[in-house]
Design a protein. Sequence first.
Length: 660
Amino acid sequence: MSEAKQAQKTTAPYGTWASPITTDAILQGGGKKSELFVDPTTSAIYWIEGRPAEGGRDVIVDASKRQDVFGKEWNARTGVQEYGGGPAMAYGGAVYFSSFVDNRVYRIAAGDDPKPITLDNKNYRYARLNVHPKHTHLLAAVLEDHTKPLPADVATTLCIINSKTQSVTTIVSGADFYAFPSFSPDGTHLAWEQWSHPDMPWEGSEIYVAKVDARDDGVSLSDTTYVAGKKIDISASSPTWVSDDVLLFTTDETGYHNPWTYYVSSGKAKPVLPSPIDEDFNQPLHRLGNQFSAPLDLHAGRAIYSTSKDGRIAMYIVTLSTGNLEEIQCPYTDIQDLKRVSDNSFVFLANKADAPQSLIVCVLEANAKPMFRELTAASTANAVKFPSSVISVAQALTLKTEDGEPLHVLYLPPKNSAYEAPVGERPPCVVNAHGGPTGHINASLDWSKQYFTSRGWAWLDVNYGGSSGYGRKYIKRLEGQWGVVDVEDCTRAMQQLSSATYSLIDPKRSVIRGGSAGGYTTLAIICFKPDAFAAATSLFGIADLRSLTKETHKFESHYAEKLIGGTLEEIPEVYEARSPIFHADKITTPLLVLQGAIDPVVPPDQAEVIVKAIKERNGHVDYTVFEGEGHGWRKAETIKAALEQELHFYESVFGIKGSR
């Protein structure tokens, strides 16, 4: 009898279901790991973890001890390119990191307090530190100099930090951006990636190698050699040394990022695979710390790769001499960072469709059979374990655009085993446009989505034309068409899934939302397709493309030129035609706007102008500014407030009496 009662479901309209997935329960799970690094001399593993409950600071954790490496006053984060990444590394048992408080680089050895190895200069920002293997007091790094604060005047170079004298010396300059400075194992060469405006690194970037003359007082370079890549047309990325002679990298010369090698002795670069394959062995370089490949045993010449094809993740062991691919079966939907540990092991950050983020160590047995072991963090010890009966698993669907091109989406149906909807009812749906816009959404578990689906909402992620993970051709669909293709694709995805063919969502109760570039798409949709969605949320979205080009940060200051089809000076009428602020009179859709007060990427005035324009016409707009927040939410109180406010906003628009 009790079992029968337990199996009974309550019939209730979609959107009204009670859920155990509350904002407090989500935040109890601790922070998300952003990247990891390994000491090449000791094989010690470390990860960087955001702590929403501690003001959003980033903490370095020693994996073997499950302990923070420094006290609560420290924040290991860099502002290079504003998106950051690569703030820390380890060598010889010591950890080096950039402090977000004062921008100085610090060294911390076991049992000691952090000691600065650069002088006090808040205008200098450092990332991607790399220790010279012979002169270990010398570190190569990316240096971003904000002495002249205007984006056009910010100078990015490669430098050498002398930890004995705290001096900083420029060794490479001339390009607008640099990444991945890396000494060869014997210290005789330095490799790096560079690119310049108007390119983004996934559009046109180059790799170079130079000879190193290292002395006790510094480093000088000579015989700089071009390796791969081409401005505008070809991206070459992530140079990593396999040996003193061999450099590993990827390039999308064939349309997808495939692995290549460069031999210092011959000065020749060549593809690793006998013939190219339509999978991306790399991802767009938004943040400087994450990598998706690593060399393994140097004698056998093998490397491990994670790849993306049509939104699917695969892992391969690649024999560099033959190009042989051996796939490793793995249950993960996304890999965010991958680093070498030893000849037969590597570590990576991963997600599953039905389980939260994990730190995984993989050991390859003699027969290459993988043994996966999860490392748990002390900060997640109090995480609430939600039953699978309330977890919705994303379903990958390939739809068609009006031109017959593929349109990739992920659909998450409502799921809560305690409830069923009345017969014939279709669920309200949150349609999500990702940021970037050269980004993508994968099928990984995201508690903010489950917050909705467990309450009886559907969720639809749209990897509109321009998204990464589907090759260069799919990315180029957005070239010159930002504000057109993304708008059409998001609208069409909702319409197709609400059509009789699918009948998965209620078109009259579908909302559009997105952050950053996704916020721009959201605002553009409610301007240019005002009848498509019943409500909208813009999180730090762009309202005025014209002003954005003048006030955004250096990294993306020319990004819009290819996306719109020219510079503001060349085609001002297109910038105006695509900017929501000039079409605010068409907005009739109820709109929620959420904005960080100190956002350097999409400044608050982008939100303020659209809110003001709607209010002047007595439109329906709610606006919240979160103090101390930038481009995305880091603090627990903000994460909680933003998620709850978004749900309550939709409920109020539809008259849904949601159960808390």
